[in-house]
Every structure is written in structure tokens, then in C-alpha cells.
Design a binder for this molecule. Structure first.
Ligand code: UT7
Length: 324
């Protein structure tokens, strides 16, 4: 068996926040944020949105593009670092919202690499015959874990969800998920982390705030190195060269990292899908959101080779090479 990527969908919450909006209460500027990151705006959840509701909305769109219904789904995996509850998982909450009564689901905690990790797991479960129709979702409400007094992090992230629907297909056909490669280096866990969790206190017994903390410069340095290695690894594992890649759909953290990967692949800018300017970094949601946008507007079409790569807190990183 192999996994074919049959559809993709995205969802963005309604509350738009521009750089100028942030600069009204923070020592920052639109010029700094655009120059250092490429970000111009982001969306933020309002009272009506949850990580689960956004995931379900994206999932419905992915199913619609695939010409599938909820009855075709027997596996749901959600990459998220901002679940609504410790449990049940976002995945099984989505299962209930979609009215699905069979199969199984779970969440994956792999920060900004959450979608690539989830895609890899879903592909493995399809290949081993444990699932035939899989929703793979990235959904994040990062605004809940941002410290809005820390200009080094709060300007970088946004909320949203993206999803793909994978269908099992028999045999070794030319299309589908060609490979995924996952990596982790836990010894670098303290350069990008959340300083607390539900019920966890510091040594003085005070509840920890549960906010994102990052050494941006260090993460940047590792991202350039690791993602570059990931691109090489994905291509060489498939006996492919840079010229074979039709589209790069990268994790959307910083336009300077994205441009660097595009240059490495020798891809013209119009073959790199960019949403960081409008969505900011939506962590596990960023790749499926970008993919959905480019599939919906017809840029990415059947038969094309798409390379995805992401790195996030852990550190965790990886790639997926998919022929549509
Ligand atoms: O998705 C997970 C992976 N995450 C990433 O890949 C993020 C990787 N890191 C980055 O994208 C970049 O490191 C940042 C965008 C976070 C920061 O850019 P930078 O060019 O590395 O800036 P920096 O951290 O070296 O800071 C340069 C200066 C500092 O001021 P001083 O110390 O030179 O006076 C910062 O305090 O910019 C200052 N600064 C800001 N100024 C205005 C930091 N944030 C801001 C801000 N507005 N929002």
C-alpha cells in the first residue's frame, strides 16, 4: 500500500492583527518585523475558535477537495502544541465533530514539525494496512502561549489550522508520499520551549506561566543547517536531484530561512509557497495551510513533486516528499 494526498484545506480565525497593532503596545515596528521575518500580519483566535474547531474546519475543506466524506476517515492525527485540553486529544474531538464513529485518532507533540511528524505516522499506518483514509491536521492557537511583553517572540506567531486527507492506494504507483524523514535532538530543548504545563509549578510552588521562550538567533542557526541537511536527505533517499522538485512548501517561520532553502534547491521564488507574510508562524499548521492555499488556487497540480520541511522546539525537524 501507499498513501496518496487527495486533498488539502485550511482555516484561519477571524481576528486580524497587523504589525502596527502590535507596535501600539510593544517596543517594535512594522519595519523591523518585515525586514527580519517577512511577517506583515497574523490571525488570532477569538472566543468562538478553539484548536479543535479550527482543526475540524480545515479537515472539512480537505475532505471536500478530495471528494471524500467523513465516512471515508478511519484515522485522525493532529499535530498541535496548543490542545484545548490535556485529554481527550484534539483528534478524537474532531472525530466527534465530524460525526465519525469508527477508527482511531491521537495528537502528536512535535512543535513546528508537528505536521511532518503526523504525516509520517499516518503514512506508516496506511502502508501497514491499519488505516485506509487519514486526516492529518496541524492546528494551533499559539496566541494562548505567547508572552505579549516579549517582542522577540510575540510578533512571530499566529493561529490557524491546515489539513490533508490521505487515501490508501494499492501498489507502487508514481504518486503519493514518497518518503518522510524525522529527526530530534533533545539536548537542544532549551533554545525553544514553553515554560510550564497544566499543574506544573516552579521550585517555590508558583504556577509557571506556560509561555513560549526562544533564543531566536540559536534556533535560526540550527534551522538553516538542519533544514538544508533534510532537503539533501529527502532527495538522495529517492534518487532525485534538485531539478526534480516542482514546489517547496516549507514551514513558515522566517522569510530569510525560506529564501535560503529556495536558493539551495535552485528554485525560482514563484516555486516556493509563501504565507509567512500573511499568516506569520502558525507552527504545526503552517505547511498544510500553505499547501491548501496553493492547491486551491491551482498553483500545485497533479503529478507535481512537492518537498516539505520543518523544524521546531525540541529540537525536532524533518521532511516529506510527496508527488500529487
Ligand atoms: O518555528 C520554529 C522555528 N523558529 C524559527 O525558525 C525562528 C528563528 N529565528 C528567527 O527567525 C530570528 O532569529 C528572529 C526573527 C527571532 C530574530 O531575528 P534576528 O535577526 O536573529 O534578531 P536578534 O534576535 O539577533 O535581535 C536583534 C535585535 C536585538 O536588539 P539588540 O540586542 O541588537 O539591541 C533585539 O532585542 O533586534 C531586537 N529585537 C527587536 N526589535 C524590534 C528583537 N525582536 C524585536 C522586535 N522589534 N520585535
Amino acid at each position: 500500500m501507499r498513501s496518496r494526498l487527495a486533498g488539502a484545506g485550511g482555516y484561519l480565525p477571524g481576528h486580524l492583527v497587523t504589525n502596527d497593532d502590535l507596535a501600539a503596545t510593544l517596543d517594535t515596528s512594522d519595519a523591523w518585523i518585515v525586514e527580519r521575518t517577512g511577517i506583515r500580519q497574523r490571525y488570532r483566535v477569538g472566543p468562538a475558535d478553539t484548536t479543535t474547531s479550527m482543526a475540524a474546519a480545515a479537515a472539512r475543506r480537505a475532505l471536500a477537495m478530495a471528494g471524500a466524506t467523513a465516512a471515508d476517515v478511519d484515522l485522525i492525527i493532529v499535530g498541535t502544541s496548543t490542545p484545548d485540553q490535556a485529554f481527550p486529544s484534539v483528534a478524537v474531538r474532531v472525530q466527534a465533530l465530524l460525526g465519525i464513529e469508527r477508527g482511531f485518532g491521537f495528537d502528536v507533540s512535535a512543535a513546528c514539525a508537528g505536521f511532518v511528524y503526523a504525516l509520517s505516522l499516518a503514512d506508516a499506518l496506511i502502508r501497514t494496512g491499519q488505516a485506509r483514509g487519514a486526516l492529518v491536521i496541524g492546528s494551533e492557537a499559539f496566541s494562548r502561549i505567547l508572552d505579549y511583553t516579549d517582542r522577540g517572540t510575540c510578533v512571530l506567531f499566529g493561529d490557524g489550522a491546515g489539513a490533508v486527507f490521505l487515501r490508501a492506494a494499492a501498489g507502487e504507483g508514481a504518486d503519493g508520499i514518497l518518503s518522510t524523514h524525522l529527526h530530534a535532538q533533545g539536548s537542544l530543548g532549551d533554545i525553544l520551549y514553553v515554560d510550564g504545563a497544566l499543574g506544573v509549578a516552579d521550585s517555590a510552588g508558583q504556577p509557571l506561566p506556560g509561555k513560549l521562550r526562544m533564543n531566536g538567533r540559536e534556533v535560526f542557526r540550527h534551522a538553516v543547517q538542519r533544514l538544508s541537511e533534510s532537503v539533501d536527505e529527502a532527495l538522495s533517499a529517492n534518487g532525485l536531484g534538485r531539478a526534480d522538485v516542482d514546489w517547496l512548501v516549507p514551514h513558515q517561520a522566517n522569510i530569510r530561512i525560506i529564501d535560503g532553502m529556495g536558493r539551495k534547491l535552485g528554485l525560482p521564488p514563484e516555486r516556493v509557497v509563501i504565507t509567512v507574510d500573511r499568516h506569520a508562524n502558525t507552527s504545526a499548521a503552517s505547511i498544510p495551510l500553505a499547501l491548501a492555499e496553493a492547491m486551491e488556487d491551482g498553483r500545485i497540480g497533479q503529478g507535481q513533486l512537492v518537498l516539505m520541511e520543518a523544524l521546531g522546539g525540541g529540537l525536532v525537524w524533518g521532511s516529506a516528499l510527496v508527488r500529487l
